[in-house]
Design a protein around this ligand. Structure first.
Ligand code: PAF
Length: 287
């Protein structure tokens, strides 16, 4: 496995590859990221058995962090990340410095549409999806992947990226990888490392709230009595009573994340974000 830091070295490392499969990350890798890496390897070898290369980027992207968020403290675990990537089918790690990726202030940005990017995560983290779209678009230009793999844990992010690729006519297949969960059901996330032991034991309650809402939505849909607002309020109240500060727990249409009020035959997804102590967790569940 090669580790490169500059754009020129990356281009050299990928020169002649018959196909490129890409996993963008911010490092501090866990088993969920390794699922993405293994999926990228499998897709690369399936689509082009001779000469395909897999690439993972490690870059903590300042543009997607708000002024009061955890950019400075976001865990940087570069050496361990590289060992894990090597063991899971990665050919090239691209780990640019900020100067390599943003040699001058990034004045040109990718501004995603408000109806997709200013709701849910975007409403609570203004500018987040602009930062994500800008860095992902730039990384796509640099890596020029044929395939890129993202986690479904960041459901809205995956949707924004799919839409960007489609509207910008980027010739890249975007693959969504299922969320990896701990044994108790907590979705794996780099930010789980911020939780105290007590908070870690409580953290599963977010996925339980989503599961409960999903089950109630299925039942309400089957009976034709689905009252979404009541279910969302009840789920948030339950978390509040347990000491959480929920931003949203909500039932949406899978295809555009638009709200649902009553019975709905379209595929749905429950999404949630809530703070436990100082740690903000997100999760989702397709219904
Ligand atoms: O999901 C992430 O880790 C980041 O948002 C991404 C896609 C690597 C962009 O910085």
């Amino acid at each position: 496995m090669q580790i490169v830091h500059t754009l020129a070295d990356l281009r050299r490392a990928l020169h002649g590859a018959s196909l490129r499969a890409f996993v963008p990350t911010m490092g501090n890798l866990h088993d969920g990221h390794l699922d993405l890496m293994r999926l990228a390897r499998a897709e690369a070898d399936r689509r082009s058995p001779q000469g395909a290369k897999t690439v993972a980027s490690i870059f903590v992207n300042r543009l997607q962090f708000g002024p009061n968020e955890d950019f400075d403290t976001y865990p940087r675990t570069f050496e361990r990340d590289c060992e894990l990537l090597k063991a899971n089918g990665c050919d090239v790690v691209f780990a640019p410095s900020e100067k390599d990726l943003y040699p001058e202030p990034q004045g040109f940005k990718v501004h995603p549409p408000a109806e997709l990017a200013d709701i849910l995560e975007g409403a609570f983290r203004p500018g987040f999806f602009e930062g994500v779209s800008t860095v992902v678009h730039k990384l796509f230009n640099i890596v020029q992947p044929d395939v890129a793999v993202f986690g479904k844990k960041d459901y809205q992010q995956l949707m924004v990226i799919r839409r960007m690729v489609q509207q910008m006519a980027l010739p890249i297949d975007i693959i969504g990888s299922e969320t990896r969960r701990a044994e108790d059901g907590l979705a794996l996330s780099s930010r789980n490392g911020y939780l105290s032991a007590e908070e870690r034991a409580e953290a599963v309650q977010l996925s339980m709230a989503l599961k409960g809402l999903a089950a109630a939505a299925r039942a309400g849909n089957a009976a034709g009595t689905l009252d979404v607002a009541a279910l969302e309020t009840a789920a948030m109240d339950t978390l509040r009573q347990r000491g959480w500060a929920p931003d949203y727990i909500t039932l949406r249409r899978q295809h555009d994340l638009s709200p649902v009020s009553g019975p709905c035959a379209e595929p749905l997804v429950v999404l949630g974000a809530a703070k436990l102590g100082k740690t903000r967790l997100i999760d989702n569940l397709e219904v």
